[in-house]
Design a binder for this molecule. Structure first.
Ligand code: SAH
Length: 221
C-alpha cells in the first residue's frame, strides 16, 4: 500500500486552497477531497504532481480528471449522506472515493476490464461503501435502480435515456454533454416526463463510448 506522508497531506491542503480560489464553496466537498489521497490513484511516477490541478494519465489511455472538475461535478450533485449514487466511468476510482467519503453509497461502472480490476483493487483498501461493475454505462444498472443521483465522468454525445429512467423522482444527474469540449449539465427529474435542465459552462472529458472492453466479468453483477 502506498504511504500518505506529511508531505502528501501538505500538498493536499494546498490543492484544497487552490480549489477554494477557483470557486469551490461546498465545505463537505473540500473536506472529502482533503481526506482522499489522490496519489493512491495514479502511477507512482506522478506522485510529485498528484496534487496539481491537472488531469493525469491512468491505464487504457484514459485520464483522472482535474481536481477542479471532480470538485465542480461533486458540488453540483449536492451529495447527501446515504445518497445512492451511480457513477459512469470508474477510471481510477478517485471520484467514487470522494463521493463515498461524503457518506454516499456508490455504485460505479467502467467499460475497460483492466481499469475495472485496478480500481477495484485500490478501492478495496479504502473501506468505503463502493460497488464496482464492469459494463456499459449507457445501460446503467437496472437491477439496482432507482438512484438518488447519477454522475457521468465521461463526455456523453447525448443524455442516455436509460439513465434518465433509472433516476428517482426528485433525483439529480450531472453529465458533461458533447465530445471533448462538453457542456456541463445538471438535470433534475420532476417526474417521468418532466425534467429541469441547467448548464454550467464547458469542460473537457474523454468520450463516453459504447460496449465493454476486455473479458466480460459477470462475477460482481
Ligand atoms: N471518474 C474517473 C475518471 C475517469 S475518465 C476517475 O475518478 O478517475 C472516464 C472513464 O469513463 C474512463 O475510464 C472510460 O473508460 C470510462 N467510460 C467511457 N465510456 C464508458 C461507458 N459507456 N461505460 C462505462 N465507462 C465508460
Amino acid at each position: 500500500m502506498v504511504e500518505d506522508t506529511f508531505r502528501h497531506k501538505g500538498l493536499r491542503e494546498r490543492m484544497i486552497e487552490e480549489l477554494r480560489t477557483k470557486g469551490i464553496t461546498d465545505e463537505r466537498v473540500l473536506a472529502a477531497m482533503n481526506k482522499v489521497p489522490r496519489h493512491f490513484f495514479v502511477d507512482k511516477s506522478f506522485d510529485a504532481i498528484a496534487y496539481e490541478d491537472r488531469p493525469l494519465p491512468i491505464l487504457c489511455d484514459q485520464t483522472i480528471s482535474h481536481p477542479h472538475t471532480v470538485a465542480f461535478q461533486t458540488q453540483l450533485l449536492d451529495v447527501q449522506k446515504n445518497d445512492k449514487i451511480l457513477e459512469i466511468g470508474t477510471g481510477s476510482g478517485y471520484q467514487a472515493c470522494v463521493l463515498a467519503a461524503m457518506g454516499a453509497r456508490v455504485l460505479t461502472i467502467e467499460r475497460h476490464n483492466e481499469l475495472f480490476q485496478k480500481a477495484q483493487q485500490v478501492i478495496s483498501q479504502m473501506r468505503y461503501f463502493i460497488r464496482c461493475y464492469h459494463g456499459d454505462g449507457y445501460q446503467g444498472l437496472p437491477s439496482s435502480a432507482p438512484f438518488d443521483k447519477i454522475l457521468i465522468t465521461c463526455g456523453a454525445p447525448m443524455v442516455p435515456p436509460e439513465l434518465l429512467k433509472q433516476l428517482k423522482t426528485g433525483g439529480v444527474m450531472v453529465i458533461p454533454v458533447g465530445t471533448e469540449n462538453c457542456e456541463m449539465r445538471r438535470i433534475t427529474k420532476k417526474n417521468d416526463s418532466d425534467y429541469e435542465e441547467e448548464a454550467f459552462g464547458n469542460f473537457s472529458f474523454v468520450p463516453m463510448l459504447e460496449k465493454v472492453q476486455g473479458k466480460v466479468n459477470t462475477l460482481f453483477r
